[in-house]
Ligand binder design. Sequence first.
Ligand code: NAP
Length: 275
Amino acid sequence: MDLGIAGKWALVCAASKGLGRGCAQALVGEGVNVVLNARSEAPLQETAAQLRQVAAAWAEKTGGTAPQVLPVVADITTEAGRNAVLSAAGGPGAAFDILVNNAGGPPPGDFRDWQREQWIAAVDANMLTPITLLQAVIDGMTERGFGRIINITSSAVKAPIDILGLSNGARSGLTGFVAGVARSPEIASRGVTINNLLPGKFDTDRLQATFVGAADKTGQSAAAVRQQQQDQVPAQRFGTPQEFGAICAFLCSQQAGYITGQNIMPDGGLFPGAY
Ligand code: NAP
């Protein structure tokens, strides 16, 4: 299926690895120009080099111009970092048609230990940063009559996990905000959709780090923790960043223009509810 978004410009945040990278790769694979960022330069440049190969393959297959891949070393949770990525779309007048909001998740812990400082950091990274980026791009999208905003949140929004209280709280705030804005007629009637993607368990560095953390606490091996968690998923496996990226690309497509304000949870069947 041609998703009809070749030549558009996307900002994919926190995308040198994992889910952000999966989204960036899927979009470049549809001919979309991508600005991507991360804090560490080496993995970001490595990912950008691989994405340029995807861009070249797309150009060869379609006969079109290879989409641009522009990496920006920046911390997306800082104002300077956001300004750097927002000004990076190539060429005069280029503006973002697609925004994929993403950042590292807050650390786990005991709610008794979380002081104002930890809450502010979590809300800044996982609620206010995506809202600030949305504010920066949305009016241009409505004026041009096309926009797609995807927020990577977490299955913990629907099925909160006790030790992830900072994430549950901050991401729920974003979810509530998005539910209202996405349904605003001045947004929804002008070709702009806003949706949240709630990953269950996807095989990324972050997921692996949680196995190591759990193994350290319980004395089991990380491999044993991994196997136990995999066994709990009805699909009997973790998701891949490629699968996640493909869902993101579809939500960014022309065909997905009637899907807005939704919380879509790819999780291999792990969430036990009907709704
Ligand atoms: P990951 O594999 O650890 O990748 C995180 C990416 O984000 C890296 O490229 C990292 O690069 C970048 N990054 C982190 N903080 C950043 C910042 N402040 N500014 C710019 N870039 C930043 O993680 P992931 O598994 O893809 O997770 C992505 C998001 O989904 C997280 O919020 C996570 O909590 C959430 N999530 C993931 C899962 C899962 O199963 N994987 C499940 C539920 C929720 P640098 O470190 O170089 O900046």
